[in-house]
Ligand binder design. Structure first.
Ligand SMILES: N[C@@H](CCC(=O)N[C@@H](CS)C(=O)NCC(=O)O)C(=O)O
Length: 195
């Protein structure tokens, strides 16, 4: 049985959305975590090495980092194909955009939010305005990150983008607004939101 170490209103929501899209059984294990307002604490019942959420346990294996969890689940569970397998078309794009969320998009936009200066060449991510331009240009010519097909990238990266747009960390453009409406008009998204 899959156990998702989780807390409401965190990045763990993306994994709930993905599990709902896959339609596989899972248990939610709510844990405490260190919140930005200084409340909460690492929970010894959470197997994540930094006490972060999400973390996932499955068949005695622990997976942490949202993108790694997404790859693990979409490779292993094919009830509904939610991402290309090795050797299939768009696998490279799939891995690239999954890595882009924690490696580029989040650090760029969160740094800008906290007014941390971007040092070109030294930081592993790109300036926030450049990230916004890349995302807008990519989504201007396709419905989903991988083209015509909704995939786990639209949950992990697209869901994060939607959240950042709602939090005013990303400028709302007609392209991003239409994309966000497209990816959130889904039963699994509504279930994750508690509807
Ligand atoms: N890179 C991680 C980030 C996970 C993360 O930072 N989660 C937050 C909640 S949204 C957390 O658990 N923070 C607690 C802490 O930093 O100790 C991922 O993508 O899964």
């Amino acid at each position: 049985m899959i156990t998702l170490h989780h807390s409401p209103n965190t990045r763990a929501a993306s994994i709930v959305w993905l599990l709902e899209e896959l339609g596989i059984p899972y248990e939610i294990h709510d844990v405490d975590w260190r919140r930005p307002d200084g409340t909460g604490a690492r929970d010894p019942a959470n197997p994540h090495p930094h006490g972060k959420v999400p973390a996932l346990s499955d068949d005695g294996e622990t997976v942490f980092e949202s993108s790694a969890i997404a790859i693990y689940l979409t490779d292993r569970y094919r009830t509904v194909p939610m991402g290309p397998l090795p050797g299939q078309a768009t696998r490279g794009a799939y891995l690239s955009w999954l890595a882009y969320r924690p490696g580029v998009m989040e650090p760029a936009l969160i740094s800008r939010r906290f007014e941390i200066k971007h040092v070109p060449g030294a930081m592993g991510w790109a300036p926030a305005d450049e990230v916004e331009a890349v995302l807008n240009a990519h989504l201007a010519t396709r419905d989903y990150f991988l083209g015509d097909t909704f995939s786990a990238v639209d949950i992990m990266l697209g869901g994060g983008l939607n959240f950042m747009m709602m939090s005013k960390m990303v400028a709302e453009t007609p392209v991003l607004k239409a994309y966000a409406a497209r990816i959130t008009d889904r039963a699994a998204f509504r279930k994750m939101m508690g509807g």
